[in-house]
Design a protein around this ligand. Structure first.
Ligand code: HEC
Length: 161
């Protein structure tokens, strides 16, 4: 300890940085917990997906999160589920994702942040984090799972995925 030469100012800056890292880690751990208990059974523990069952979440959600239409889509997928044939990363799926509207707005915001930025390979391209209010706004518009899939088709086309 004697060899440490931090000034009080540097120490304060370091503590601030540690505090911020702690807050960010906490947010991701909340989303990770929601993911592990609700999503991993189909999308797998690291969000890598499983052929014939559920698509990977390591690339597309991060891309969706950077546009307004994509963010609405993410909220709608978890609030309303999705059904019908889709392509993700060159693989075909034709599944039926259940809705998770029984989860709270905050839990859904946490899990969307986790899949958009916390999963390996996912990058939200500097987009803002999801908030509970954003999920709440999505709840106001109820879509069928088939309508969510049509919305996805538009977002995927516009994103060039
Ligand atoms: C019972 C299995 C199952 C569970 C549980 C599940 N999903 Fe899905 N998910 C699917 C399937 C199947 C699809 C693709 C639906 C289709 O083919 O139209 C999908 C699609 C998605 C997509 C769109 C991916 C893309 O390529 O556009 C997102 C985002 C997503 N799920 C997130 C979640 C989140 C977050 C949770 C947990 C809150 C979750 N899923 C739980 C089966 C599941």
């Amino acid at each position: 300890m004697k060899r440490m030469t931090f000034t009080a100012r540097a120490t304060a800056a370091m503590l601030l940085a540690l505090g911020m890292t702690g807050a960010m880690a906490q947010d991701m751990s909340a989303g990770k917990a929601v993911f592990s208990s609700n999503c991993a059974v189909c999308h797998q523990a690291a969000g890598q997906g499983q052929d014939g069952l559920a698509p990977a979440l390591t690339t597309y959600p991060g891309r969706y999160a950077s546009t307004e239409a994509g963010r609405k889509l993410l909220a709608h997928v978890v609030l309303n589920g999705m059904v019908g044939a889709i392509e993700n990363g060159g693989k075909q799926y034709n599944g039926n994702m259940p809705n998770f509207r029984a989860l709270s707005d905050a839990e859904l915001a946490d899990v969307l942040n986790y899949i958009a930025t916390g999963l390996s390979g996912a990058s939200a391209g500097g987009s803002q984090p999801f908030t509970a209010d954003e999920v709440k706004a999505g709840r106001a518009q109820s879509l069928t799972p088939a309508e969510v899939r049509r919305q996805r088709a538009d977002v995927v086309r516009e994103a060039g995925l």
